[in-house]
Design a binder for this molecule. Structure first.
Ligand code: C2E
Ligand code: MG
Ligand code: MG
Ligand code: MG
Length: 281
């Protein structure tokens, strides 16, 4: 009886396993053809100086409209794009599209200063800096308008390859931000020597900033440290007026989150911020 049960169970696991392999394979195949057919899309989320209603900065966020599965979140396909290597090509598509969109908005009179694009560690290979340079040059895009968001662990790992690619881009004027800051293992002494200009306070500290003293203290420490090092701080995941108030009191100048705007497609961003945007400097 037990044996039978065991066999059934192993059958069951077997089927689960093949199912998951199949779905992984078909997802990978779908991902590949989406890449070939350029069927990804970008959403954009504005970043504001606290109190402003017109954004000066914007983050590009990748979306995959899947014919059957609907709009797939990057959390569900970036890992696969990374392990399959597709993230490299996909990443260049993201960069090119985001820069083009940014140029269009500026032509329409919106005085955006920066577009930030997320970059996976896998993308930073030996030809990364030169390919980015080519893309920007081809678009006639000022490198000082671009910010690349990388992870804390990438900055900490600091292989010579990675730091060489980053310093090449820094020399051109491209900025770097550390995304999800506070969730990794940065040592304070190292941050000083990192070639970054922006720290993004992770949304996990913002969420309970008014209820959890630890989160509050971490956010406070990040802002203090960033200020003393001359870095810009952006708080992510701001959802309420109360969170904004606390961040503002701590000295955080830049905010991003659902309280101001959900990520939206380029057309909606245009409608919202460009149509009434003949602004003074
Ligand atoms: P991230 O760069 O830390 O982006 C912030 C995430 O928080 C986004 O999720 C955004 O939609 C969401 N968010 C914004 N405001 C709020 C808020 O007020 N509350 C809450 N709860 N969430 C908020 P999304 O768009 O699903 O992206 C998830 C992650 O996927 C990103 O985290 C980023 O690490 C990655 N990702 C997105 N686009 C790209 C890309 O083009 N390339 C790479 N390599 N990774 C990307
Ligand atoms: Mg980001
Ligand atoms: Mg983040
Ligand atoms: Mg993240």
């Amino acid at each position: 009886k037990a044996k039978e049960l065991g066999r059934n169970r192993s059958c069951y696991y077997q089927r689960e396993l093949t199912d998951s392999i199949h779905s992984r394979m078909s997802l990978e195949q779908d991902l590949r053809s989406a890449l070939e057919q350029h069927s990804f899309t970008l959403y954009y989320q504005p970043q504001f100086r606290v109190g402003d209603s017109i954004p000066k900065r914007v983050e590009a966020l990748l979306r995959w409209p899947h014919p059957v599965r609907g709009l797939i979140s990057p959390h569900d396909f970036i890992p696969l794009a990374e392990t399959s290597g597709m993230i490299v090509e996909l990443g260049y598509w993201v960069l090119r599209s985001a820069c083009q969109q940014f140029l269009f908005w500026r032509q329409q009179g919106l005085k955006l200063e920066k577009i930030s694009v997320n970059v996976s560690p896998i993308q930073i290979n030996s030809s990364f800096a030169s390919t980015v340079a080519d893309i920007l040059q081809h678009l006639d895009f000022d490198p000082r308008w671009l910010e690349l968001e990388v992870t804390e662990s990438l900055m900490m790992s600091g292989t010579t390859e990675v730091s060489q690619q980053i310093s090449e881009l820094r020399a051109m004027g491209v900025d770097f931000a550390i995304d999800d800051f506070g969730t990794g293992y940065s040592s304070l002494s190292k941050i000083k020597s990192m070639p970054v200009t922006v720290l993004k306070i992770d949304q996990s500290f913002v969420r309970d900033i008014n209820d959890d003293i630890n989160d509050y203290e971490i956010a406070r420490a990040i802002v203090l440290m960033a200020k003393s090092l001359g870095l810009i701080v952006v708080a992510e995941g701001v959802e309420t007026k109360e969170q904004e108030g606390t961040l503002h009191r701590l000295g955080c100048e830049w905010v991003q989150g659902y309280y101001y705007a959900m990520p939206m497609d380029g057309e909606e961003f245009y409608q919202r911020y460009c149509t009434e945007a003949v602004q003074p400097d």
